[in-house]
Design a protein around this ligand. Structure first.
Ligand SMILES: [Zn+2]
Length: 264
């Protein structure tokens, strides 16, 4: 089989055209398209989110996302190479048939990069957003920075991705030290802080929108990395969820008038 240039392929088709090739059922919501994920078959009608402006998808139950080739690989359950070949064949790329050029693809993808950070946030001054161990988690410097997070080269969370936790008033409460490898335990480390007392990212939650709830702040960062608004993803900070934490979530739902989809 011929080698397929991923960049070339992506210049010939956009993610919404790829979604149609994959027969995805999507409904518009804001600047995104949502629908069920035929691969995961769980998570309901909002499991799969596509952000056309950024050419990205995110699957909440699978906690995975990326470009249109990764979308095809996820939906078809195959490798990216196989997915690229599938798309190339569908659009006639390998046979050099004329392909539809995609001229109306907007290039204004950087529209919401700088939200969230306020003057009240006091990040640890030494966190490294470009650290290779952070990028190995799938978190770009821009996303790490937008959360005020980064690799801690020293301090009590040394060797981990430090992610700040805020209360509803955007007051900095603590940092979660997220492990950067499977060997590093526990998965989340805290210092003088009860992780059951807060819901991560709740201070950014928008009213009357979607709410996706995870158990791990890393999944919140990954969702945002893949085009999900930081205003609709939160997480608990513990493996076991107590009644107190569900009460916190219930209060948040009530205040923000949202119905959550949980992906624990
Ligand atoms: Zn999926």
């Amino acid at each position: 089989m011929p080698f397929i240039d991923f960049a070339d392929l992506k210049s010939r088709i956009d993610i919404m055209q790829a979604a149609r090739l994959l027969s995805l059922t999507l409904k518009p919501g804001g600047n995104q398209q949502r629908g069920p994920c035929p691969a995961c078959n769980t998570g309901g009608e909002r499991a799969l989110v596509i952000t056309p402006d950024r050419g990205l998808f995110y699957c909440f139950p699978a906690k995975t996302g990326g470009d249109l080739i990764k979308l095809a690989a996820h939906v078809k359950g195959c490798t990216q190479n196989e997915a690229a070949k599938f798309i190339a064949a569908k659009i006639g790329m390998t046979t050099e048939a004329p392909v539809k050029s995609n001229l109306q693809q907007p290039e204004n993808g950087a529209s919401k990069a700088s939200d969230g950070q306020t003057g009240e946030l006091k990040p640890l001054p030494y966190l490294e957003v470009e650290h290779p161990l952070v990028q190995a988690l799938g978190i770009s410097p821009a996303t790490a920075k937008s959360f005020g997070s980064g690799y801690a080269g020293r301090g009590v969370l040394r060797g981990r991705l430090a992610v700040p936790i805020h209360d509803q008033n955007r007051e900095l409460l603590a940092y979660a030290g997220v492990s950067v490898s499977k060997e590093q335990t526990p998965r989340l480390l805290f210092h003088n802080f009860d992780p059951a007392s807060a819901i991560f990212n709740a201070h950014r939650l928008a009213s009357a929108g979607d709410l996706y709830v995870y158990r791990d702040p890393l999944h919140v960062l990954l969702a945002v990395e893949n085009g999900i608004s930081p205003e609709c993803v939160v997480s608990f900070l513990t493996d076991r969820i107590s009644a107190q934490q569900f009460e916190l979530l219930a209060a948040l739902m009530h205040e923000k008038k949202v119905e959550p989809a949980l992906f624990l």
